[in-house]
Design a protein around this ligand. Structure first.
Ligand code: UDX
Ligand code: UDX
Length: 463
């Protein structure tokens, strides 16, 4: 069956990046076989579920693509070793969390999964294999991977196969944003491919040329590609911290943050994107990648540069504390015996991902002050919320509707910009709350005047 395929691609890691990226490659390249492998059985089972609404990741458009390609040229399995041995091209898409202990703890990325993947590749790959770094990595990680791959000849018993074994490393960072992953993959602003030899760069470029305009494919050396990914995320996050810092100034001076964002964003040199003020950036990448950049700068003796970028993360934390303090202050300085409804737990709309979500820190601050929290999120499951808090069922309630979450609450705190929040029956919600009923709109998303007319007391960030 495999003979009809012209290329064999394997991806290690069936997560938020590996799953959607490989699905889109399989969709656009029916002549390639794409095997996505993972060590997590539950995740693989979910990818293989007959009920497509049970895929482990929620992304608009993903279900349709998986439906079309799965078991055609897209396969999800636990067969890591077998799929590595059959592959011409191997993408590494495993997670690279911030280290929690040892040298660089709190800043540097933990590369243990990258290392173990490289060791598996070194052992099981056959012939010439192109290894593609898809995970976001510190600059110079390719050097480590290369070392591991090339030492395979010393580790393995020398036989004819071992001699034929050789590797090229390519960096091909992912720029997809969650919630728009499929759209971003189908119509990318650019595809970045860094490598050391033209042949491997061309092979990886050819995959994307099946659906991406060749002018959008940027090729660089390995290190520029690795660094560009960190810098792109740092610049995006910096814009969010910049606008959030100004949101506080707007509240004091009577300016309106959305008006300021529009005014400055219309300058084509600044541009309008990533100027939405809110409760700070979340997600698995921004904080991790900036801290990684800071670590790198300090490691190479560039203290001032590291300090500069660290401020982006500091302002983000400050914004979250600022919001929780404001809620407490407006509720007469105490939250004991008060019920607060939290609307939104994912780190942004259209995803069920809660990693580094601003809702987590803000909720923790409020719980610390004695509040009872009542959550509603249209996509995040109950256990995913509960796991974040070491609290009893008397302090945390998870609801399946916004109305239930608001019952008896003193305040609603809007932390994710789910579209449906705009269409709720706010009059009905007002009626079931304890008065004075507050709405704290940390996403500057709701119609403030409408809420005021209903009778709510409203605080809207940056206004
Ligand atoms: C990605 C990127 O790869 C990471 O560098 C980026 O900074 C964040 O996003 P993501 O796909 O979001 O990671 O992570 P996750 O959803 O946790 O998926 C990683 C998968 O790799 C998991 O399913 C995990 O089980 C799997 N894995 C991990 C392996 O299959 N083998 C391993 O050795 C380690
Ligand atoms: C980000 C990058 O956009 C993507 O290119 C990279 O590959 C991975 O990291 P992601 O984290 O999925 O993607 O989402 P993104 O849309 O960038 O949002 C990140 C956080 O910033 C969210 O919490 C979001 O709410 C917040 N944000 C974004 C703002 O507060 N204001 C904005 O204007 C934009």
């Amino acid at each position: 069956m495999e003979n009809k395929f012209t290329k064999n691609i394997c991806c290690i890691g069936a997560g938020y990046v590996g799953g959607p990226t490989m699905s889109v490659i399989a969709y656009n390249c029916p002549e390639f076989i794409v095997n996505v492998v993972d060590i997590n059985k539950q995740r693989i089972n979910a990818w293989n579920s007959n009920d497509f609404s049970k895929l482990p990741i929620f992304e608009p458009g993903l279900e349709k693509i998986v439906k079309k390609c799965r078991d055609r040229n897209l396969f999800f399995s636990l067969k890591v070793e077998e799929c590595i041995s059959e592959a011409d091209i191997i993408f590494i898409s495993v997670n690279t969390p911030t280290k929690t202990k040892g040298i660089g703890a709190g800043f540097a990325s933990d590369l243990k999964w990258i290392e173990s993947s490289a060791r598996q590749i070194a052992k099981f790959a056959k012939g010439h294999t192109i290894v593609v770094e898809k995970s976001t990595l510190p600059v110079k990680t390719a050097e480590t991977i290369k070392l591991i791959l090339n030492s395979s000849k010393q580790n393995n018993k020398i036989n004819e196969d071992t001699h034929k074994k050789n590797f090229s490393i390519v960096s091909n960072p992912e720029f997809l944003a969650e919630g728009t992953a499929i759209e971003d993959l189908q119509n990318p602003d650019r595809v970045l491919i860094g490598g050391e030899d033209d042949y491997s760069i061309d092979v990886v470029s050819d995959i994307y040329k099946n659906w991406v305009d060749p002018d959008k494919i940027i090729t660089t050396n390995l290190w520029s590609s690795e660094l560009s990914k960190l810098v792109a995320n740092a610049f995006l996050a910096q814009r969010i911290s910049s606008i959030n810092s100004i949101s506080a100034l707007c509240e004091i001076t009577g300016a309106n943050i959305n008006e300021v964002a529009k005014a400055i964003g219309s300058d084509s040199r600044i541009g309008s994107k990533f100027l939405k003020a809110g409760p700070g950036f979340g997600g698995s990448c921004f904080k991790k990648d900036i801290l990684n950049l800071v670590y790198l700068c300090r490691y190479y003796g560039l203290k001032e540069v590291g300090d500069y970028w660290e401020q982006v993360v500091d302002i983000n934390q400050w914004q979250q504390r600022r919001i929780s303090s404001l809620v407490i202050k407006n509720l007469f300085g105490t939250l004991s015996n008060k019920k607060l409804a939290v609307f939104g737990f994912s780190f942004k709309a259209n995803t069920n991902d809660t990693r580094e979500s601003p809702s987590i820190n803000i909720s923790k601050d409020l719980l610390q002050e004695g509040a009872k929290l009542s959550f509603y999120d249209p996509k995040v499951k109950e256990k995913q919320i509960v796991i974040e808090f070491d609290k009893s069922v008397e302090e945390i309630f998870i609801n399946d509707t916004a109305l239930k979450a608001a019952e008896g609450a003193d305040a609603i705190i809007v932390l994710t910009e789910w579209e449906e929040f705009n269409y709720l029956d706010w009059k009905k919600i007002f009626d079931v709350m304890r008065k004075p009923a507050w709405v704290f709109d940390a996403r500057v998303y709701l119609d403030k005047e409408n809420l005021k007319n209903i009778g709510f007391k409203v605080w809207s960030l940056g206004t």
